[in-house]
Write a protein that binds this ligand. Structure first.
Ligand code: PHE
Length: 344
């Protein structure tokens, strides 16, 4: 009997339980009416009188050690229970706030989508360019004011030969030049990208901004095609009721050239402060590619004609989201950026 008690004592010291069910099973096994200890208690009767004292003490020790052990286990996982369930070690220390797409990216992607559906593919090119691709091939005269330091950022200025200047591109028309140099018509591309101009920074001008320019060259491309594509674009971008108006203009690389206005979607064309009471707001420049440009890029202007257009992404974004200060786009103020969360 003593040996049995000793064995149980050792067993009890090593007891473990992972949950309430396991603990209850232990309690039943050792401490219930039919448990191991009660069985020993029942056998106690048969212990010879001279051993009764010694065995009795041991038996009581076993009972109280078992009770203590089970109580200790209970406490251990009860405190674990309340503590652990609130303590999720896999959770991040702070809520992770998700970023949002930049408004200019949202609008750029939308413009790319619209022209993509009309068959235009994206063309890309360098931001640091040579004079040839930004000005010379695009029919800018050698003394054109855009070539002046006041308008253009120079990386390398060449005093003797302006056509050797290395500059930051002032428009993405340079990408169109590269596309014409490297392939033959039909060419149907849009060129999204960042451009740089030497402007004083204010709410309406910045030293860099973003453009999307389009180019289509094939046989028999006419001004009518240009107008139709731009009308479709305006309707998809600003709503089906949008009207367009083309005003004669001048660019060295297109002839004829035009600027396109859309009906002011704030006043619906009636006239308001936003459209300066004209009912129209200007959104892009366009025209038929000047034959000089086609020839300079290795395309036969007797066989092919083409149109080009270019717009500022900031301008379109301002119109669409009524952003009044251009500087907001580059200040990374998350309060501003968060406003575009739902437009993503
Ligand atoms: N490249 C012109 C600009 O930067 C925009 C434009 C592109 C105008 C194509 C006409 C045709 O302002």
């Amino acid at each position: 009997m003593l040996a049995k008690i000793e064995q149980l004592l050792q067993e009890v010291e090593g007891l473990t339980a992972r949950n309430a069910e396991e603990l209850e099973a232990l309690r039943i096994k050792y401490l219930s009416k039919k448990g191991a200890i009660n069985e020993l208690m029942a056998d106690f009767r048969n212990v010879p009188a001279e051993h009764k004292k010694e065995v009795g003490i041991k038996l009581n020790e076993l009972k109280s050690r078992t009770q203590e052990r089970i109580a200790a286990l209970k406490e251990a996982f009860e405190s674990q229970d309340t503590g652990m369930s609130e303590l999720d070690l896999t959770r991040t220390a702070y809520p992770v706030s998700l970023g949002t797409r930049h408004p200019l990216s949202i609008v750029r992607n939308e413009i790319i989508d619209i022209f993509g559906r009309m068959g235009f593919t994206i063309a890309d090119g360098p931001e640091v360019e040579d004079d040839l691709h930004v000005f010379t091939s695009l029919n800018f005269a050698a003394d054109h004011p855009a070539r002046d330091m006041q308008d253009t950022f120079f990386v390398e200025a060449n005093q003797d030969d302006v056509t050797k200047n290395i500059i930051l591109r002032t428009h993405t028309s340079s990408v169109q030049v590269r596309a014409m140099e490297n392939s033959q018509p039909p060419i149907r591309i849009i060129c999204p990208g960042r451009v740089y101009r030497n402007e004083a920074i204010s709410y309406r001008a910045h030293c860099f901004f973003h453009q999307i320019e389009g180019l289509y060259i094939d046989k028999n491309v006419s001004f009518t095609d240009l107008k139709q594509v731009l009308l479709q674009f305006a309707r998809e971008m600003f709503g089906p009721e949008t009207k367009i108006r083309l005003r004669p203009s001048y660019f060295p690389f297109t002839e004829p050239s035009a600027e396109m206005d859309i009906s002011c979607d704030i006043c619906g064309g009636k006239g308001c402060a936003f459209c300066k009471y004209t009912g129209w707001v200007e959104i892009l420049g366009c025209g038929m590619v000047d034959p000089n440009v086609l020839e300079a890029c290795g395309i036969d202007s007797k066989i092919y004609t083409g149109y080009a257009f270019g717009m500022g992404v900031e301008r379109i974004t301002n119109l669409k989201y009524k952003v009044k200060d251009l500087r907001m786009f580059s200040e990374n103020d998350t309060r501003f950026l968060k406003e575009f969360e739902s437009a993503n």
